[in-house]
Structure formats: C-alpha cells, structure tokens
Design a protein around this ligand. Structure first.
Ligand code: N01
Length: 663
C-alpha cells in the first residue's frame, strides 16, 4: 500500500532537497547505484532503523512487518537483537524497496501523518505506547529540515528599547550553543573563555586515545548533523573541529573573548545587573551585564589525589590526563598510572606500546560495555545510506537516543521487591550484570588472576560503564603491563608504595583521577541577592531548579548544572539543547514583560529537588555505596538526572511564569 499517494511529487522533491539547515552538508543525493552496489551498501547497514526509514521515504508501510520488529527487551544489543534470519530478510526487503525508490527517481513521499510516524518510531525500537515521545522526536529529529529549537522571538520585536546584555561563561559545547541562540534572538552577548580557543572539554583533553563514548550521531547538535562522521565514536580532534566549525558557522566567534577568566560575579539589586570581575590576558577588568549563563561544564577542574600520603613528592614528570604533557617522551620509561576510569582506559592502551613498563593502580574496576565498533570507521554503506535514503540518519539517531537513554533506564532502576544484594538492584539489572560478567570471563578466560581483579562487585549503572572492543583486556594482558589492586600507601620520590609494603619504581606518574565534579562553578565566586555567596549557600550541596536556576540568584542560568548529568549514556548535547531553549525562553519572558529580574521561587526549587533526590536514591548510582564522581562528599547524588530524557525535554520546553518571581 502506498500512503500519501494523493500528494504531488513536487512536494516530495522539495522535501528530498530541503535538509541543509546546519553547518554541514546534509543534502541528499539521488540514487545512481547499481543493484550490486546497493546490495553491498546494505551489508553495512544498521538494521533497526532501515525499514522504518524506507517506509518513511517511500510511503510503503507494508515494509513494517511484525516479524522484523526488534524485540523491545533486546533493543540495546547489536542490530537491536535481530537474529540472522531477520537480518537477511530485512536486507532483502530493503534492497527491493531501494531499487523501486531509485527507479522512481529517488522521489521521497510527503511527510507522514502523526499516526504513521508513531508507528515508524515504535517499529524502530520495538516499542509501544510511545506517543509521549512523538513531539519530542519530531523536533529532535528535525524531520522537515527545520531547526525547531530556535527561539521564536527577537528582542527587536519584544523589547526594542531595552539595553540588555548577556555574558556567557565558557565557549565549549554548551556556551557556543547558548551564543548561537542569543544571536538568533538578537540579544547582545559576550562569551568569556579562559582558554585560547573554543571547544571546552574537547580542547583541554588532548590525551592519547581521547574520544567520545557516545555515538556521534547522538553526540552532536540536532540542528547541525553530519552525514560523514569518520568514526561512530569520534576522536578528540574530530570533535574539536566539529565545534570550531559550528562556532564559525554560527557567527559567534567575534563575540568570544579568549584568555578571559571570570573570577567573580555579583548581583546588584538596584541596577538589576551582574558585575563580573574577569582576568583578561592577566589583566583585571570589570564587566557589567544583565544576565549570566554559566556554561563552565562539570568536568574541568582536575582532581589530584592529594589525599594520598606523599602527594607531590614524586621527582619525575607527573601530570593529569586533562593536562597531558605532550613534551614528556614515555618511550622505554617506567610509567605509573593512578585510576581506571573513562579517561585512563582510553589513554593507557595508547601509551602501553611506548612505555617500557606500565603499572596501573586500580581502586575500583569499571564495568565494560562490549562495543566492537568503538574504534571503527563508519562503514561506507552506512555513510551511503545517510546520504541517499531520506530520514535514515534521523531514524538511526532516534534508535541510538532510545537504546542509550530511556530504553535502558529500567535496567538500572532499583526494584524495592528485589532481595538486596551488592551487585544487582533488580532482576533486569542482574541479567545485565550476568551478560557483562560473561564478556569479562571470555576476555580473561586464560587469566584467572586478571579476571578476579576486573569483575566489579557493584551493580551495573552505579558508576559509569566504559566501552570496550577488546583493547582494554588486551592491554592488561601485555607482558609490560601490571595491574595493581592493592591500595596505595604513599607516593614516594621514585614511585608508589602499596599497603603490602611493595615499592613500584616509576620514571613518570600520570593521574587518571578524574575531576572535582561536585564543586560546581568553582573556582568562581558568585554572589547573589543580599550578598549571598553561592558556594556558602550550597554548603557543598549544589542544587538548582532543572539544573538551571537558583533562588536568590536572579538572571543567573546554568548549563550542565546540578543534576543534569546522565549515567547510561544519553547525550549531554541533548541536555544543553533543552537547557538553552529554556534559558532563552526565560530571557524572552523577562524582556517581553518589561521586567529586570527573574528568579525561581524557592518552594518550586525545593520541591523539585526533593523529587530528584528521591528518584536518584531509587537508581543504581544512588543506591550503591560504591565511590563515584556522581556523589558529593555527603553522599548525595548531585550530578545525575534520574528521570527520563523525555521528562527533561517536557519540563524545559518553556518556563511556567508562576514558578518565577519577576521584578
Ligand atoms: O575520572 P573518573 P575520568 N586513589 O572519576 C581513581 C567523562 N569522560 O577522568 O573508581 C586511587 O571516572 C578512581 O577510582 P574509584 C565521563 O563522564 C568522558 O576517568 O573512584 N584511585 C577512578 O578509577 C567520565 O565518567 C569521556 O575507586 C583514585 C579514576 O581514578 C568522566 O569524564 C572520556 C584516587 C577516576 O575516574 C570522568 O572520567 C573521558 C585515589 N586517591 C572522560 N582518586 C568520553 O569518552 C581517583 N582515583 C566522552
């Protein structure tokens, strides 16, 4: 059956070519491939989104066969858990459909009805009852080539005579996005960036092997998609280029003041302004603005293990993963590394070849998520599909969004009726643990000594799960690598002594010890109403409403603020897009009402935080007592968003004016 057959082909044609909305060329090309070439491309296809994309492109809903639907319970597995027979059938059907599509001139059908779109989405992830996701996904996927999160107002229209300027702190992924939106709304702004370039975390983390652990189709702005990502999980240099290109295309670079660090920000009630003390190229300066957007990130203050006895005593070169010393040649040297978190397990395999000896000090082993394609290039067939099959890229993005976000949440939620145990919080979580443990057993089948050291004794999801394609196990098995699980007693001038009295000599010491993630907005000093110091007010318990606004701190907005981090690998870019839209809407509300100061009500903020705390306690990362950067010193989960991604989107679409005091 062909849907939309009544609509003319000129509409369809314009849809095929209407997709150039971002800095990257995502224009679709007509299919000229031969039958053999098509079959070859389909070998590389990610299959769950394939038939829905074809049904979308051609209007042929008969492609959505029930027996070829992924099983919802298996959707996080490779190829959505589809078995070989299903995969072969999908490729055959897709081939026939692609041939027809090609022979028909690559003319895409008009956009489907909402009902059909829902059906396509549910088929992609084997889901049902997903109608609440429909508006989010229509927007997130920019189905009709639009940027649906752009502000719908301009300052010239709503407050032409008001002087209003915003300072954005940080030119990383979030700050650049905020600048782009303010520019679209015609609101004057300046970006204050402590570094000499844009990119934030992707500028500062240049350690060998640094790459994103969320697929790039998801880890990228919805409105600045690329069809030609070189890798599924891009390396740091690729991401830095991506954000630089975005900054150039957005036209925000002339508004960035580099080498300019904000030292303090103070609110003045009388003038309804923030006064910023900055250090610009080492010179102090004062700036006055009407609103501040903090886009400083959570993971940029390196945490050195100062609690270890003898910290600072080591006499050889020593540095943190986020401050990599590229001038230190590791060739043939004895290298000691403290930490086995996300950063360490990326750089250790890269330096193991060069180092003479490599001693790794592991306090807590990470769970490894088997990811065979982790270092692989995006295969040619998949790139071809992005380029030629309308909406394939978007359906694939949606599949990733689901399986690494809301679709995986149930597996890390505590089941109160489940008998308490140390390494699982529910039957589903236990099943996941068994799968992950099975992977380790295979990888270390002939090394029981290592197996014992690498199997975690906490539930999957209590700490960040790290990706592996076999490289980490292979590194640990090398003859020049030693994994030490005995606690560190002291750092000495010539190495590290463990609590069993053994001294491990080293020439170079590298800290893969993470960041001061709970110390939000440090080392800045922020002073709100009535001289209230933000860090004193928080007392180590950083909280904000939706991670964005704080009572007593009018016109001050945070991106990647408290409780906006995600554990099971949703994309933080998504959070920033939601947050920036909310902030722009707050500024629009303020300007539109002719107001000067907008402040969230304390009762709204407090009630929200109570819900967040309760829900975080019901998740593996809040329930488990394993140490992680998700918790602050008092044990409260100050980092993570415990609800669905959908809920963050719903709650940040626009501010409820009743939740705010406008003066
Ligand atoms: O830091 P971490 P990270 N003595 O805090 C150990 C993001 N990221 O830089 O687990 C001994 O995770 C500590 O031990 P333990 C990502 O969100 C993303 O690796 O606390 N050991 C742990 O092993 C990630 O989660 C990418 O017991 C000490 C390690 O050091 C976040 O950044 C890539 C110690 C610290 O691990 C942080 O990752 C890299 C001590 N005193 C990072 N102190 C992407 O791919 C700490 N440790 C996007």
């Amino acid at each position: 059956m062909t849907i939309h057959a009544h609509l003319g082909s000129s509409v369809a044609r314009s849809r095929l070519n209407s997709r150039v909305v971002g800095p990257f060329d995502t224009e679709l090309a007509p299919i000229a491939a031969t039958d053999d070439e098509l079959r070859g491309y389909l070998v590389d296809a990610e299959l769950p989104p394939l038939l829905p994309a074809l049904a979308y492109a051609t209007g042929d809903v008969a492609l959505l066969r029930d027996e070829l639907r992924p099983d919802r319970a298996l959707v996080t597995m490779p190829q959505g858990g589809l078995d070989q027979e299903q995969q072969d059938k999908i490729r055959d059907l897709a081939f026939e459909s692609l041939v027809r599509f090609r022979d028909d001139g690559s003319r895409a059908a008009p956009p489907p009805s909402e009902d059909l779109l829902l059906q396509l989405m549910e088929h992609t992830v084997g889901g049902s009852d997903m109608s609440p996701y429909l508006p989010l996904l229509e927007e997130e996927l920019s189905y009709r080539g639009e940027d649906r999160r752009a502000p719908t107002w301009r300052k010239d229209d709503i407050a032409p005579d008001l002087d209003f300027k915003v300072a954005i702190i940080g030119a990383g992924m979030s700050g650049l996005l905020a600048a782009h939106r303010l520019r679209q709304a015609g609101v004057p702004f300046v970006i204050l960036e402590k570094d000499a370039d844009v990119g934030g975390t992707w500028l500062e983390n240049s350690y060998p092997g640094c790459r994103v652990d969320n697929p790039n189709h998801n880890y990228s702005y919805a409105f600045a998609q690329r069809h030609d990502w070189p890798y599924h999980f891009s390396t740091q240099d690729v991401l830095l280029e991506y954000f630089k290109r975005c900054a150039e295309t957005f036209g925000v670079l002339p508004h960035v003041r580099f080498n300019t660090e904000v030292v303090s920000a103070s609110w003045d009630d009388n003038s309804a302004t923030w006064t910023l003390q900055v250090r610009s190229n080492d010179r102090p300066e004062t700036l006055v603005v009407n609103a501040v957007i903090s886009a400083v990130g959570q993971l940029n203050q390196p945490k050195y293990p100062t609690d270890i006895d003898g910290f600072g005593a080591f006499e050889g070169p020593t540095f943190h993963s986020a401050r990599w010393r590229h001038d230190v040649d590791l060739t043939g040297r004895r290298v000691a590394v403290i930490g086995t978190g996300a950063s360490a397990i990326q750089f250790i395999p890269e330096i193991a070849d060069d180092a003479g000896e490599l001693v790794i000090f592991q306090r807590t082993p990470p769970w490894l998520a088997p990811t065979p394609e982790y270092h692989a290039e995006v295969p040619e067939g998949q790139r071809w599909l992005y380029r030629h099959l309308p909406s394939y890229s978007e359906f694939n993005r949606f599949a990733i969004f689901w399986k690494m976000g809301d679709g995986a949440l149930a597996g890390v939620r505590v089941d109160p009726s489940y008998p308490p145990r140390k390494n699982a919080v529910s039957a589903a979580n236990d099943m996941l643990r068994t799968l992950l443990e099975g992977y380790l057993q295979v990888q270390f089948a002939d090394r029981p000594d290592l197996l014992e050291a690498v199997v975690p004794n906490y539930p999957p999801g209590a700490k960040r799960m790290l990706r592996d394609n076999g490289v980490w196990p292979a590194t640990l098995r090398r003859s020049n690598v030693k994994l030490i699980t005995i606690g560190i007693d002291a750092i000495t001038p010539s190495g590290i002594r463990t609590t069993d009295g053994v001294h491990h000599d080293a020439d170079v010491l590298i800290y893969g010890t993470g960041f001061h993630a709970s110390s939000f907005l440090t080392p800045m000093q922020v002073t709100g109403r009535a001289g209230m110091d933000l860090h004193e007010h928080w007392g180590g318990e950083a909280r904000a409403y939706l991670g964005i606004t704080i009572p007593g701190f009018p016109n001050f907005f945070c991106l990647y603020g408290p409780n906006t981090n995600i554990v099971i690998n949703g994309s933080i870019v998504y959070f920033s897009e939601c947050g920036v839209r909310y902030i722009l809407a707050c500024i629009g509300l303020l300007l539109g009402e002719g107001g000067h100061a907008l402040e969230v009500r304390k009762d709204i903020h407090d009630e929200f935080n109570e819900r967040v705390d309760a829900e975080n306690r019901a998740m593996a990362w809040g329930w488990s007592d394993v140490n992680s950067w998700y918790k602050n010193a008092s044990g409260r989960v100050s980092q993570n968003w415990p609800f669905t991604l959908l809920e963050y989107w719903q709650q940040t679409r626009a501010p409820d004016p009743d939740s705010y005091e406008l003066s």
